[in-house]
Design a protein around this ligand. Structure first.
Ligand SMILES: Cc1ncc(C[n+]2csc(CCOP(=O)(O)OP(=O)(O)O)c2C)c(N)n1
Length: 683
């Protein structure tokens, strides 16, 4: 069976091989349009898997578009979550949702998230995006089917680079051991990953021998021959007592000449001219209503903009970055400073950098760029965060200075036990970079937005944690942590360009906060402020304090500006770049001297707020003193796809939100001061 009416048992449509080939081609075209409309996404892998997606959704899988949760349906698990558009188009072409809707891909609140989320779109079986987890989910589904004596199958789609994740092999072992003949794995063997060819990043072959050794039946096919694809998926039905793995040899970027076999097209979307050329090469220029689709995407975006504008706190004028003469700033991603420091300090023979297949984007590859002599100290580990973490501990044990980094979710959560036991318990000198922290990661969505990493990193004994506020401070912090600080250390930075609010003269002392004060109007926003070490700052009896870290520091400065302009309030901004060890003295003085503390973090509320609170509540110096507190941060929810600055608004972590909170707290402070005065007079 295939596309089936679950109530009557009737076959909805029986696709021929030619019809499937045509559908796959059309799906490639829609994919290009959706990626173009999104402005980001994964062209290479979505194109290489499309023939398999068409075969699975339109012919092989037993499912009913009118009844997506039909208990007897076959399940399709996309372990390779970044290929979500192929999944969405498979569903759309099968009739689960309108095809045109896929063009809202990666936009705010869209059901077509950057990585699939089953709670947002019927037909998506599970939420994925963190590589290497799907096969284990499939094992769980297959075991449940066996327990319930159900006959449906579970398909699991993976990438060849993804095979580097150790968890894949745990799942493979389990499926073999439990003789799960209801599991069919499919690997998109396009031989490329982000950092380059799979066999250069971390060889995974011979996959057939490896899966065979784990008790699987293995078929190797041409993943672009529809006949072979359908045949293999059908054949898998007849295997009893063993799971089946289909190794599909494919071409990354298949169908679009300039994308084919190009690692650079892994995570890139076509511009309009590339879209037009791609559609022409696919023979789809007149078959896909590009203008209508792009209009639909635009209309969706207009609605997003309207909704976001409506929910933003309002002031008498627009204080957004660069909106007015006095709000001018230079923007650069904080991650840049990390690479600059590695480039500058990498001659130290002890420094060893570990690559985790996201090296250019997080700038760790700047370590060896233009310096071939350092290449021997660049160790490619593949997509294997857990093993790399323990390997870093081993390197440190032998006197090296290991550095590794990836998306903060994978650098500080996936490998948490390895950080805890291998690195922190042994107190090893390992520098961990949590790149792409916060919601401002953007369209990749929730799975790629680290919003909990700081909880774990701060909670580990021996660990030091630094969250620099801009690219300049990231450079200084990395310089310090890499060569001068001993012990486990975590530095967290962001992906999006954010304002530069420090310069080479701005103090950066590990463990010591800076005080930032608005002093004057200046066309250059940075110059309007003065920054000094908190320890050398003399109380100016400001109205309130804002304590921030990371790119929330520029937002706190902008909030201070808004509060001064609109209400005449004076604000002490504390740049708490080092979260651990924390500068308790600076926090206490801010609370004592201003009476209001607002914390601001691009993280679930707490990594900063609760640590500040614990200092306030446990300090005898504050007993009996009124201190009013408020917290800005993400409020116990997962992230979303969307543009970085849209997400800053959606998740209420902008200067406007900080200012709004401060205004509320100022009203409380004024009221309580008035009460106290009344009480004094009454006495
Ligand atoms: C645990 C985890 N680490 C890193 C990433 C970032 N990432 C996304 S795709 C990718 C490369 C995947 O390569 P492959 O499996 O070969 O997929 P394909 O080349 O077919 O797109 C990486 C490293 C991730 N999503 N999850």
């Amino acid at each position: 069976m295939s596309l089936t009416d679950s109530t009557s048992g009737r076959l909805i449509r029986n696709y021929s091989i030619e019809e499937l080939e045509d559908a796959a081609n059309l799906m490639r075209g829609y994919d290009l349009v959706a990626l173009h409309a999104a402005g980001s996404g994964h062209a290479g892998g979505t194109l290489s898997i499309m023939d398999i997606a068409a075969a699975l959704y339109l012919k092989i899988a037993n499912h009913d578009p009118k009844n997506p949760s039909w208990p007897d349906r076959d399940r399709i698990v996309w372990s390779t979550g970044h290929k979500a558009p192929s999944l969405y188009l498979g569903l759309a072409f099968a009739g689960f949702c309108p095809i045109d809707d896929v063009v809202t891909l990666r936009k705010l609140s869209s059901p077509f998230q950057g990585h699939p989320h089953w709670l947002k779109l019927p037909g998506v079986e599970v939420s994925t995006g963190s590589l290497g987890q799907g096969l284990s989910i499939a094992v769980g589904m297959a075991l449940a089917a066996k327990l319930d004596a159900k006959k449906h199958r579970i398909f699991c789609i993976m990438g060849d680079g993804e095979q580097q994740e150790g968890q894949v092999w745990e799942g493979a072992m389990e499926a073999g051991y439990h003789e799960l003949d209801n599991v069919v794995g499919i690997i998109d063997c396009n031989r490329l990953q982000i950092d380059g060819p799979v066999d250069e990043v971390m060889e995974v072959e011979p996959l057939a021998a490896k899966y065979g050794a784990f008790g699987w039946d293995v078929l190797r096919i041409d993943g672009h021959s529809m006949e072979q694809v359908v045949d293999a998926l059908e054949q898998a039905r007849n295997v009893k007592g063993r799971p089946v793995m289909i190794l599909a040899d494919t071409v990354k970027g298949k169908g679009v000449s300039f994308m084919e076999d190009q690692a650079g097209w892994h995570g890139k979307a076509p511009n309009y001219q590339e879209l037009t050329q791609g559609l022409e090469e696919l023979g789809l220029t007149h078959r896909i209503p590009v203008a209508r689709l792009l209009d639909k995407a635009k209309a969706y975006q207009v609605e997003v903009d309207r909704r976001l504008t409506a929910k933003m706190p309002k002031f008498t004028r627009d204080y957004w970055w660069n909106a007015a003469e006095t709000m001018k700033v230079k923007m650069e991603p904080t991650r840049k400073g990390f690479g600059q420091s590695l480039a500058a300090n990498g001659d130290d023979e002890r420094v060893v950098c570990l690559g985790l297949d996201i090296s250019g984007s997080i700038t760790i590859s700047d370590f060896y760029a233009g310096k071939p002599e350092r290449k021997k100290r660049w160790i490619s580990m593949g997509i294997a965060e857990q093993s790399a973490t323990s390997a870093a501990a081993g390197l440190a044990r032998e006197g090296k200075l290991p550095v590794f980094g990836t998306y903060a979710t994978f650098a500080a959560a996936r490998n948490l036990d390895q950080i805890r036991t291998s690195v922190c318990y042994g107190n090893f000198n390992v520098l961990i970079a949590g790149a792409h922290g916060g919601v401002s990661v953007g369209a990749d969505g929730a799975t790629h937005q680290a919003l909990e990493d700081l909880f774990a990193m701060e909670g580990l004994p021996n660990m030091s944690v630094v969250v620099p506020c801009d690219a300049v401070e990231t450079r200084k912090a990395t310089d310090y942590l890499l060569l001068r600080h001993k012990g486990p250390k975590y530095i967290r930075f962001a992906r999006e360009a954010t304002p530069i609010v420090t310069d080479s003269d701005t103090p950066f002392v590990f463990g010591q906060a800076n005080v930032i004060r608005l002093r004057r109007e200046n066309p250059n926003f940075l110059e309007a402020f003065e920054t000094v070490l908190a320890a050398s700052y003399a109380n100016e009896h400001e109205d309130l304090s804002i304590i921030a870290c990371g790119p929330m520091v520029p937002e706190a400065m902008r909030a201070a500006y808004i509060l001064k302009k609109e209400f005449g309030y004076e604000t002490r901004v504390l740049n708490l770049h080092t979260l651990k060890p924390i500068d308790a003295g600076a926090i206490l003085r801010a609370a004592q001297e201003t009476g209001i503390v607002v914390t601001a973090e691009e993280h679930q509320i707490g990594a900063l707020a609760w640590r500040v609170s614990s200092i306030l509540t446990e300090s005898p110096a504050l007993y009996g003193l009124p201190v009013i507190t408020g917290a800005i941060g993400v409020k116990d929810r997962f992230g979303d796809s969307g543009a970085p600055w849209e997400l800053i608004k959606e998740f209420e972590v902008s200067a406007e939100h900080i200012a709004h909170k401060a205004i509320d707290l100022m009203a409380i402070k004024k009221k309580s001061l008035a009460h106290r005065e009344e009480a004094m007079l009454a006495r």
